[in-house]
Design a protein around this ligand. Structure first.
Ligand code: ADP
Ligand code: MG
Length: 700
């Protein structure tokens, strides 16, 4: 009978109630299972010993053999520290303790060889090691189980309470003793065989106590694969269940609205990518499963027209449709842009935002309920309880990352059957991440910009070149172009940012005086109506320059604007910079993006700026962004299981992720209910995982 891995950690010999409490609160380790899944951060080579005269001033962890002598107490600001000399045949260094001094002094033996391990400091011409881990050399040799020593995640509190890496290692050894190192297999033989994976027991042993670097890397591969495999399995499974169980509205026919628009009013030829994506959407809408699709497309790739044509499919089947956007400006723009087409096609459409007045609202509510209103465009206002549709068949969400999960799912509930859902984003999410975050959504990608767009020329300029930039602006304005100047607005420093914006506005007003120049300004503190008024003036070409905070970030479309100047560009994230740049380059003219910064730049800022100058590919930029920031900061990932990965790394292990997805799909394709004997192990593991661990917070 093997040890039950759900046994509370308190029962493990050498743990006890105090340590158990700490392990629980600091590392979330409640059970044997949790402990076995505490994977090392890294490994060090414990067969390598340094001589004292080989130490370098790089503060790395080293292992040294020597003897202790000459304990002494040194007074310091608060209390005193204990210092001892540590000597080998090449020199002497100091060991330092700030706590536990009496115990240390009593228990350490002078004159006997010790192995010490820790980080060294260089101070006053001498190396020292604070709170070294130490062992008598004779003990050390007995305990040395593997050349590669695991270093476990820790916290300050744990090390303060004396739960050092050595203690954790000992506890881990104890766990392997009690369990005899036998752990149930969690992958099927066929998957194991095809990928030549080592067994679960071997993998766990070698990840904690590697017998060789080669076995360590096979152990890591096996465990990473397994972790990603089960996440992918769950996603693919949900997607399958969704398709078979959640019935949606079926849009059987392509009718007059769509065809008339396509033949008579479509103002341009669709790109191939747009056509492909429309086909994918059409296939979803035509099936009786609810559509749940993510449309990714770089800024300016033409998602709006795809959204509109999808809505036409809805109207052709006598359903209502809605399009929700995160800001008022954007909603208005969508509305104005589509109104023209709607008029030609005789489609009844309205806009609902926070600033719609009571009588407008009343009318909209009424017409929604009686079915007269066919397309509703708007902001979060669409989510209000009072907004009730007669038969909402398709809900489209633009710039979906701006909405929370709850908000989105509210839309789903506006019918007794969930509407078909299309979420659109211009924040390209690297494929690997998309697979994990949105693995349960189907993904369509517009990977092609409309023909004839000239690449935007992007440059980085320091603040002291401002006069040259002004001259450039004047030249462009003389050619009839319009210019955006964007200032950062970050919540925490709102006041300062606001001042920067106003100072900037003043100096630009001085440099570009009326009546020769007209300037618009838009920022978050303005009333919505005033913002719209200014935006409209700019869109109509009545002003030359738009000074703004990042409120213009999403979606705004003014094709004649060809210069984007971003102030304090070092303070923006990469995806934000890319979004902002996407505001220009929408017309036929050569467009420019100028990134203004001070001379003080962090390495990350430099990388961001260089990336912007080098690349205009949203996906490439997103990859760099992911590398710089990690998945935690990328929009949307907070809600996903990506952050809870124990051993795999979504960025570094993307090849493994792809394999895991491939195998998850092929297993389910062969055996969707996991009922083959061969897959019993997968089914059991999957059930256990969902029972003991919430591995996935579902996106919708
Ligand atoms: P985004 O994907 O960023 O939402 P939009 O839908 O706002 O992009 O489209 C950007 C601009 O490109 C709009 O002016 C739109 O009319 C235009 N556009 C879209 N598709 C095409 C196309 N196939 N050919 C030419 N212009 C297009
Ligand atoms: Mg858009």
């Amino acid at each position: 009978m093997s040890v039950n891995l759900q046994t509370p950690i308190d029962y493990l010999k050498g743990v006890g109630p105090n340590r158990a409490d700490l392990l629980r609160s600091e590392l979330g380790i409640h059970t044997y299972q949790d402990l076995i899944n505490l994977f090392p951060n890294r490994y060090i080579d414990r067969t390598k010993y340094y001589k004292i005269n080989q130490l370098q001033r790089n503060n790395a962890e080293v292992q040294v053999i020597g003897t202790i002598s000459n304990f002494r107490e040194v007074a310091q600001k608060r209390g005193k520290r204990l210092v001892a000399d540590f000597r080998d045949e090449t020199g002497v260094m100091e060991l330092v303790w700030f706590r536990g001094q009496k115990w240390i002094r009593d228990s350490l033996k002078t004159g006997q060889p010790y192995v010490i391990f820790g980080k060294t400091n260089w101070f006053n011409g001498k190396f020292s090691m604070p709170h070294p881990e130490l062992e008598l050399q004779s003990e050390h040799e007995k305990n040395l189980r593997s050349a590669m020593q695991a270093i476990y995640p820790s916290t300050e509190k744990l090390s303060n309470k004396g739960i050092t890496n050595r203690i954790v290692t000992k506890i881990m050894q104890q766990l392997f003793l009690e369990t005899k190192g036998q752990f149930a297999e969690t992958l099927s033989n066929s998957v194991k065989g095809e990928l030549k994976l080592i067994s679960k027991s071997d993998a766990l042993f070698n990840v904690h106590f590697p017998k060789s670097p080669e076995l360590l890397s096979r152990a890591q591969f096996r465990l990473k694969f397994e972790e990603l495999f089960y996440i992918q399995l769950q996603l693919v499974l949900k997607n399958l269940i969704h398709k078979s169980k959640i019935k949606g509205f079926t849009f059987n026919k392509v009718g007059d609205y769509f065809n008339t628009f396509y033949k008579q009013y479509l103002p341009f030829e669709l790109t191939n990518a747009q056509k492909r994506v429309l086909k994918e959407i059409r296939a979803d809408l035509g099936s009786n499963a609810q559509m749940n699709r993510l449309l990714q497309g770089d800024v300016g790739s033409g998602k709006t027209i795809v959204a509109f044509m999808s809505m036409l499919m809805g109207l052709d089947n006598e359903f209502q449709c809605c399009l929700m956007a995160p800001t008022e400006i954007l909603s208005v723009q969508h509305y104005n842009g589509l109104l023209e087409f709607c008029k030609k096609l005789n489609i009844n459409t309205s806009i609902l935002t926070g600033s719609s007045n009571t009588s407008e609202r009343k009318k909209i509510h009424e017409n929604l309920k009686n079915g007269n209103l066919q397309i509703l465009i708007g902001t979060h206002a669409l989510l209000e309880d009072k907004v009730k549709f007669k038969n909402l068949g398709l809900a489209i969400i633009d710039e979906q990352h701006r909405f929370g999960v709850k908000q989105r799912s509210k839309l789903w509930k506006k019918n007794n059957l969930p509407p078909n859902v299309l979420v659109m984003t211009a924040t390209p999410i690297p494929r690997t991440l998309a697979m994990s975050v949105y693995g349960d959504l189907d993904i369509s990608i517009i990977d092609e910009l409309p023909a004839g767009r000239k690449p935007i020329k992007t440059v980085h300029r320091y603040d002291n070149n401002r006069l040259k930039v002004f001259r450039f602006m004047k030249d462009e304005i003389a050619k009839g172009r319009q210019i955006y100047i964007v200032y950062p607005l970050i919540q925490e420093s709102e006041k300062m940012d606001y001042k920067d914006l106003m100072d900037g506005y003043e100096s630009i007003s001085r440099e570009f005086p009326t009546p020769d120049y007209q300037i618009s300004i838009v920022h978050g503190k303005m009333k919505a109506a005033d913002k719209d008024y200014e935006m409209q003036r700019f869109a109509d070409g009545k002003t030359n320059i738009m000074v703004a905070t990042t409120v213009i970030e999403v979606g705004v479309n003014v094709p004649n604007a060809s210069v984007m100047i971003i102030e304090s560009a070092e303070r923006f994230g990469l995806s934000q910079l890319h979004q902002l740049r996407g505001r220009v380059g929408r017309g036929a003219e050569q467009s420019y993006c100028i990134l203004m910064t001070s001379h003080k730049l962090s390495n990350d800022s430099k990388t961001r700026l260089e990336t912007m100058v080098r690349s205009s590919d949203g996906f490439e930029i997103a990859e760099v962004d992911l590398k710089l920031r990690g998945p935690g900061d990328i929009m949307g990932t907070q809600q996903s299981g990506v952050l809870n990965l124990r051993i795999a790394d979504i960025v570094k292990d993307k090849d493994i992720l792809e394999q895991a997805r491939h195998y998850a799909k092929s297993v389910l394709k062969l055996d969707p209910s996991l009922s083959l004997p061969e897959h019993k192990v997968i089914l059991n593991t999957y059930r256990q995982m969902s029972k003991y661990r919430n591995i996935w917070n579902y996106i919708s």
